[in-house]
Design a protein around this ligand. Structure first.
Ligand code: NAD
Length: 470
């Protein structure tokens, strides 16, 4: 695969090329340029300009890679990126400023502060499903914190990857911010190098490979992974609004190919039929009768994922469980929104993250059983509950361990920059967004200031009995 290093196109990118790249970045970082406030601001402003100027190209690339609807591209990718930049530009002075800290009697007289310093050179490996957001959003944090950066976009969204390479070389300081396109060989060559921080977005299997490579150099990592995000639906709710919000988070987010899309629903046996009816009504209102052809739904990214999703439907444990949808077009890589009712917990579809337009519903005797189902699996990236029951909300927030929780909606916590975004357990480690992005790419250096007065004799030998008794 052709690789772009800065403005240069190269056909081979192996370990030697990766080494040279890192050496070059080290020189740029060591010059101190990336640490200056003016450099950071200039690059962030350039990111905004880049997004404004290239909206059409971005929308086209997203269409080529995923048939992503224009609104999803402009709102959930470019809109979120520009917002993240604006927040960083507004707050950067405050974030950079050393934070005063209290000191204790032991060090009296003294003062202390926490200084945020960049890690140095960072590697950001991103995924295909939101190829611009998942690439540029972390880069914003890395730049704001004063690092030099290499971005490795996903090869599964090739049009987006090559546009990212082109735009970065046109708009950003290419001596300190570079894009390396490529797949496993190129990423492996990059991972052999010593980085000061690595952020990886993708699945847990590759996450383990990235962590193992980072461990060789004791490089700290941020892992933005996935998992099965549950949505609990209680019966005391505004069902119509709830189902609209659920659809927006599932099919309205890249046709379910989003890390925080609801993966499955938990509801009671009694309520399930009503819920399914409401879902069908709202789905038809949004996407019409022929949903396979809807322009408002992304396609499946490639034939491997299409085959993987088809296999989940072919599992005999879910045969006869489809109550809505199920239509597929292999040639166009399209799968219609599909609902499966009364899905057993030991079915294939419940054993892995779905990451597509299929939505299984599990039926419970009572809503409290949802806690057993959720807590018996790995910790999700997001967990949702629709209820008006105060006690149930509290129990959910306190006893479900997840990257994030949303009550009475889905996915939109992503847009709240004042809360951290990230996983826990198998859904990831570390977080970003807003100030959390700046912190994710900054080392928090403890600095203690002393003068030459008030030199207590207690700590100095000889350690007399008198000193011991003080
Ligand atoms: P992907 O296939 O694009 O892979 C992610 C990155 O890993 C790519 O850049 C790819 O080149 C690289 N990669 C693949 N194999 C590799 C290897 N053997 N060695 C080194 N690098 C390798 O994306 P994916 O993994 O299919 O993404 C989907 C997963 O990511 C889902 O589990 C989803 O939940 C998760 N995800 C998480 C977030 C988040 O913010 N937490 C966001 C999006 C996706």
């Amino acid at each position: 695969m052709a690789t772009t290093i800065g403005e240069e196109k190269v056909t081979v990118f192996g370990e030697e090329e990766a080494k040279q790249l890192v050496n070059g970045l080290r020189v740029a970082y060591d010059s101190g340029r990336t640490r200056s406030y003016s450099w950071r601001v200039a690059q962030l402003k350039n990111v905004v300009r880049m997004c404004d100027d290239s909206e059409k190209e971005v929308v086209e690339a997203l269409y080529k890679d995923l048939a992503k609807p224009e609104l999803e591209g402009t709102l959930y990718e470019l809109g979120m990126i520009k917002n993240a930049c604006k927040v960083a530009l507004k707050e950067l002075k405050n974030w950079i400023r050393p934070e005063k800290a209290k000191t204790s009697l032991t060090t009296f007289p003294s003062s202390a502060e926490i200084v945020s310093e960049p890690f140095g050179i960072v590697l950001i490996i991103s995924a295909w499903n939101y190829p611009f957001l998942l690439s540029i959003d972390p880069v914003i944090g890395a730049i704001a914190a004063g690092n030099a950066v290499v971005l490795k976009p996903s090869e599964l969204a090739p049009a987006s990857s090559s546009l990212l390479a082109k735009l970065f070389s046109q708009y950003l300081d290419t001596s300190a911010i570079k894009v390396v396109e490529g797949a496993v060989p190129e990423t492996s060559a990059l991972l052999e190098q010593k980085w000061d921080k690595i952020m990886y977005t993708g699945n847990g299997r590759v996450g383990r490979i990235v962590m193992a490579a980072a461990a060789k150099h004791l490089t700290p990592v941020i892992m933005e992974l996935g998992g099965k995000c549950p949505a609990v639906v209680d019966s005391d709710i505004n069902l119509e609004v709830a189902m609209r919000r659920l659809i927006a988070g599932k099919w309205g987010c890249n046709n379910g190919q989003a890390c925080i899309s609801p993966d499955y629903i938990l509801t009671t046996k009694d309520y399930a039929p009503k819920l399914v009816d409401a879902l069908k009504t709202e789905l038809e209102r949004f996407y019409g009768k022929n949903q396979l052809e809807s322009k408002d739904l992304s396609r499946i990214v490639n034939s491997n994922h299409f085959a993987r999703l088809s296999k989940l439907l072919d599992d005999e444990k879910v045969s006869g469980k489809i109550v809505y949808g199920g239509e597929k077009d292999e040639e166009k890589l399209r799968i219609a929104p599909t609902i499966l009712l009364d899905v057993p917990r030991d079915s294939l579809i419940m054993s892995e993250e779905i990451f597509g337009p299929l939505l299984p519903i599990l039926m419970l005797n009572n809503i409290d059983e949802s806690f057993d189902v959720i807590n018996s699996g790995t910790k999700p990236l997001a967990a949702y509950i629709f209820t008006n029951n105060k006690k149930l909300k509290e129990k959910f927030v306190m006893s479900v361990s997840a990257g994030g929780i949303v009550v009475n909606d889905t996915t939109i916590h992503l847009a709240v920059h004042t809360v951290p975004f990230g996983g826990v357990g198998e859904s990831g480690m570390g977080s970003y967004h807003g100030k959390f992005s700046f912190d994710a790419f900054s080392h928090k250096k403890a600095v203690l200031y002393r003068s030459f007065i008030g030199d207590a004799a207690l700590r100095y030998p000889p350690y007399t009995g008198f000193k011991l008794r003080m």
